[in-house]
Design a protein around this ligand. Structure first.
Ligand SMILES: C[S@@+](CC[C@H](N)C(=O)[O-])C[C@H]1O[C@@H](n2cnc3c(N)ncnc32)[C@H](O)[C@@H]1O
Length: 286
């Protein structure tokens, strides 16, 4: 017999970013947006299991839930799926779990309605996780826009460059607060990132942090805080980069060239590890 479902608005714990997705048509659209293959799914924050229920129908799922009350509820409510191996439930903080390496020991797709207070951190960890092949995640709309922005867009950011370095990011769906219980104060979006590479170089991420430190200042000014002008000026000239360009006006390929030149070791500048054969150098030449 199934467990009695608690009232979402009564049990929601703000500390854990709990806004439960109750609009079934949105759940259905997330399932429809999944890549058409049979890779297992990792879900972070199954909550009351509304998305989990649909995921286990189509793929084996490993779900990580930090809230013990929800974990107990899920353990009882999905006892059959757990017993027959369609669902593996891990109770605890997924960020702690990531410290021990990949979340599971084979290629997977991340599909989740993420807790917004750590959504960016989770996506970056997934981009670094060599077993993660793609992410399809509900996040705050502004976060999705930052990852999915294109060069020249006002909100093209360090996150856009990182997403562009591993593959392609796009917004699949905009979701209003009314789809959730309790409704969040912000608009949401389902963001997809399909990976062809993994992020492997923390140095590149630190470089981007410097480049976008003050997004409305010029790129030259931002980078001057971290690198000597005597290095930057000839480099900007060689790459035909105007000194008045703002960080959002420079594309992903040029950021890699700049980084490689500044670190002075062409191979060290390699930011990502190919998943399917093609090296990043080959990619950049296309
Ligand atoms: C926005 S709710 C989504 C719940 C459910 N998937 C849904 O769509 O209704 C976020 C979920 O992430 C869980 N969560 C928050 N922080 C977490 C963490 N560090 N590790 C694992 N789960 C976490 C919350 O307890 C909550 O269940």
């Amino acid at each position: 017999m199934k467990n009695y479902r608690p009232d979402a608005s009564q049990i929601a714990d703000k500390r854990f970013g709990q806004n439960f997705l109750e609009d079934r048509s949105v759940v259905e659209q997330i399932i429809q947006s999944m890549p058409d293959d049979d890779l297992p799914v990792v879900e972070i924050g199954p909550g009351l299991g509304d998305l989990t229920k649909e995921l286990v129908r189509v793929r084996p799922v490993t779900a990580f839930e930090v809230d013990k009350r929800l974990c107990d509820y899920l353990g009882k409510n999905f006892s059959r799926e757990i017993a027959d191996g369609r669902l593996r439930l891990e109770c605890g903080d997924v960020l702690e779990r990531w410290k021990n390496g990949s979340l599971i020991d084979r290629p997977y797709r991340l599909v989740a309605n993420l807790p917004y207070y750590i959504a960016t951190n989770i996506i970056l960890k997934a981009l670094r996780d060599p077993h993660c092949r793609s992410t399809l995640t509900m996040v705050q709309k502004e976060v999705a826009e930052k990852f999915a922005a294109r060069e020249g867009d006002r909100n093209f950011s360090a996150l856009s460059v990182l997403a562009g370095s591993v593959g392609e990011a796009r917004i699949r769906l905009l979701v209003p607060p009314s789809a959730f219980n309790p409704p969040p104060k912000v608009e949401s979006a389902v963001l997809e990132i399909r990976k062809e590479h993994n992020l492997t170089d923390g140095g590149f991420e630190a470089f981007l942090k410097a480049a976008f430190r003050q997004p409305r200042k010029t790129l030259m000014k931002n980078l001057s805080a971290a690198y000597p002008k005597s290095l930057l000026e000839p480099l900007f000239e060689a790459l035909k980069l105007g000194k008045t360009l703002r960080p959002h006006q420079v594309g992903t390929t040029l950021y890699h060239r700049l980084y490689q030149a500044l670190t002075k070791e062409p191979d060290h500048g390699k930011e990502s590890k190919p998943i399917n054969g093609k090296s990043e150098q080959e990619q950049l030449r296309q």
